[in-house]
Design a protein around this ligand. Sequence first.
Ligand code: SAM
Ligand code: SF4
Length: 495
Amino acid sequence: TASVADWIKDRIKPEQIEKYLDDGRCFIDAEAIERALDANRKPDPKRVRDIVQKSLAIETLTPEETACLIHVDDPELLAEMRQAAQAVKIKVYDNRIVTFAPLYLGNLCVNNCAYCGFRSSNGSEHRRVLTLDEVRREIEVLAGQIGHKRLIVVYGEHPATDVQYIASTLQAIADVKVKTRRGWGQIRRCNVNAAPMSVEELAMLNEVGIGTFQVFQETYHRPTYERLHPQNTIKGNYLWRLYAMHRAMEAGIDDVGIAPLLGLYDWRFEVMALLYHAIELEAKFGIGPHTISFPRIEPAHNTPLTQNPGYAVGDEEFKKLVTVIRLAVPYTGMILTAREDAQLRREVLPLGCTQTDASSRIGIGGYADLIDGDQQGDRQQFLLGDTRSLDTVVRELAEAGCITSFCTAGYRCGRTGQKIMGLLRSGKEGQFCKLNAVITFREWLDDFGSPETIAVGEKVIAQEIEQVREKMPEIFDQFMRYYEKTQAGDRDLYF
Ligand code: SAM
Ligand code: SF4
């Protein structure tokens, strides 16, 4: 319709791209990436070990160093890299894993990305945008029955889900409080995955309250990007997307999440480009990406490209690239999603991941409508590999000695952006996080845990409490007061 056409016409603001270009050039130099990859094809073991030491000191690697790790094939060296990846994660984030759920609010989209079930040319997709009441119903299930505290809210690019819609849904989500078994539940952090926006729009979202802003570049390889995203669509503009996070930072959103969509182009190139993106953000704004994701392309309804995306990443390569990202950008959060199946998730989480989703439903209205867990291909963007419940995932993590943290305090106390990066690099964020992880885990177990999960979870809690007593004696008494209050039904206590 005319109004959709008008809306599309004004989306891209060329002046908000040009101001960041360097002599007209962007920060992805494909030739430099290829040169670095070529020059490091035969990595020397001694050099690899030196590079790994640098990661262990929580220093961002250079492109040359990253290219070197990318080419390691020796099983022994790879095993050392995996061990180091795990050690880096423990050093920065301890044994904590953060969980979240994806929430899709609409599948209308003006773009036509070749790999996505929501693309405009997919006539067999059932289209729907949730009303605010329907959004509230989703939150009642998420925060009242499953027990999530964090979401990634996902939107197509369309005037029906424009920035006003995003802002009002974020507000509606924050306002829902639901009674639980022993207390009450609420979504306390809303991350957003949406199309690139202008500085003005992003400032509006920052004002309402947004957690991490995620935009996946899909592919950093420009010719491939331009082939998969029709040039007469908004998404067809490579640079508008590439500089989305610069605009977010300019608008005051200092937690940003980046990713390639794996399968569209050579993963080695994409990992190098991710690193350049991280380095660019660090250089221009003093803050790297808050999170990096590494989604692999999944089958999508009526979307042939997803059956054979061209550069499909195998499981072994996937594990290697996760390891390399962990070592290359040691401070960043790393998100492994339920796109991957349960077994692979067990293997990949210990390679340095910090966040994962569970009980995920990605159909529009999927939580209120589909509690039994069925997937409905024609209502969702792609198919998930793992639909296990949050309770099952929490229990499995606890059995592996990990504590699921439902903490969202850092962000609400202003520990974001540069502040959190400093704290993470120095290992100090760990102190607050450890205390808050225990308190929020207790809260979750009491409100939502099954008897089996409570039993395993309490063993982890007992160990954590001992560590707090040993390592933070000055704060131990206050910590225990918060812990006991939480057991008595108080909610949302944090340091
Ligand atoms: N429409 C917005 C955009 O494209 O930026 C945000 C939402 S889009 C639904 C979120 C992400 O899903 C995309 O950036 C893309 O990386 C990913 N995605 C799309 N199709 C996929 C598929 N078939 N399998 C896995 N991930 C996919
Ligand atoms: Fe639309 Fe995003 Fe899907 Fe592309 S990936 S068709 S922009 S929802």
